[in-house]
Design a protein around this ligand. Structure first.
Ligand code: DAH
Length: 336
């Protein structure tokens, strides 16, 4: 069915309509109840579920394009027959309005916001140009800590382009008092060797939950829930212990991608597991830096790599493809 949609799109884009009779036959042919597009929708109803997914989007694009052309041509004909149009060349081609769409990263961000909203998280954000204190100091990186090297970045005078969204945790905790239950999406920067897996800027969504009696079990269950919602029920995850100055204990979470295809092997360096986030229990020093009583309050935090999960979700093999703005890629997300 999909092979029939593409030529139809071309056909309607090239259609010539210069009289109201031609407009009416266009409507009958494509848009009426017995027209081609309605027939396609009838056939679509009969398709098995997995094919529906592939065909639904292009079919909707075809429909809205066909309707767009109809109204544009109709308006053109009506206005050309009205007074005051002398000297206007009505045969000039019209510029068709292409239906717009969200960038895949925005689609993923919106999805994550929905998932965490449903768990009671609020939304916040902070500046991309940060001072040393918010990006490092308050997060328990000492002046000469080697973890700073792993997050080498770009300096703007005294300030840095933030290396992670964890800085927004600090801004929030300095301003307000617990409980906090927040997600904080945004763009971050690192001085990286650019490759198919790493870029010098990328996106994270930070999570923070601070209250009395928050435990690692709460963290695990929340992340587990997010994965099942985002990637589907039954998606396997594993936690590996890790180190971040601002959490103790710290962990990284991987999800099972498998080793069945060459792409998956490359993506997971042959292990089948792909790291998607860092997390842990907020270090008492971080709470104290923000004047929060670490004897009374505890919390967890996490930072999800949004580009990674976008690549994984949509089978994009090179992180740079997310930033070329190539319409051949972006158009595939129209309507999502
Ligand atoms: N900021 C870390 C990074 O960019 C990710 C991270 C790890 C965020 C642990 C957290 C956390 O909030 O608790 O590599």
């Amino acid at each position: 069915m999909i092979e029939r949609i593409e030529p139809l799109l071309k056909e309607i884009e090239n259609v010539v309509i210069s009289t109201s009779e031609e407009l009416e036959s266009y409507r009958l042919k494509y848009l009426s109840k017995k027209g081609i597009i309605s027939q396609l929708f009838e056939e679509f109803k009969e398709l098995p579920g997995d094919q529906k997914r592939d065909v639904g989007k292009p079919l909707n694009v075809l429909k809205s394009q066909a309707e767009g052309i109809y109204s544009a041509k109709k308006e053109e004909l009506e206005s050309s027959s009205s007074v005051g149009m002398e000297g206007v060349d009505v045969s000039l081609p019209v510029y068709l309005q292409q239906p717009g769409g969200y960038h895949p990263l925005k689609i993923v961000e919106n999805r994550l916001i929905d998932i965490f909203y449903s768990l009671g998280f609020d939304l916040s954000d902070g500046p991309e140009i940060e001072d040393d204190w918010h990006n490092f100091g308050a997060l328990n990186f000492s002046e000469d800590h080697p973890a700073r090297d792993m997050q080498d970045t770009f300096f703007i005078g005294e300030n840095v382009l933030r290396t992670h969204t964890s800085s927004v945790q600090i801004r929030e905790m300095e301003k307000n008092s617990p409980p906090f239950r927040l997600i904080m999406p945004g763009r971050v920067y690192r001085n990286e060797a650019v490759s198919s897996r790493s870029n010098c800027f990328f996106h994270q969504i930070e999570g923070l939950y601070v209250d009395e009696g928050v435990t690692f079990a709460d963290l695990k269950q929340t992340l587990y829930y997010f994965v099942q919602q985002f990637f589907g029920q039954g998606t396997e995850v594993r936690f590996r212990s890790s180190y971040f100055p601002f959490t103790e204990p710290s962990a990284e979470m991987d999800i099972w991608v498998g080793t069945d295809t060459e792409d998956n092997k490359r993506l997971t360096k042959g292990t089948g597991w792909l790291e998607v986030l860092g997390c842990g229990m907020v270090h008492p020093n971080v709470l104290e830096s923000c004047n929060i009583d670490s004897k009374k309050f505890s919390g967890y935090a996490f930072g999800i790599g949004m580009d990674r999960i976008t690549m994984l979700k949509y089978g994009i093999n090179d992180i740079r493809d997310l930033f070329h703005n190539d319409l051949r890629l972006l158009r595939q997300f129209q309507g999502e």
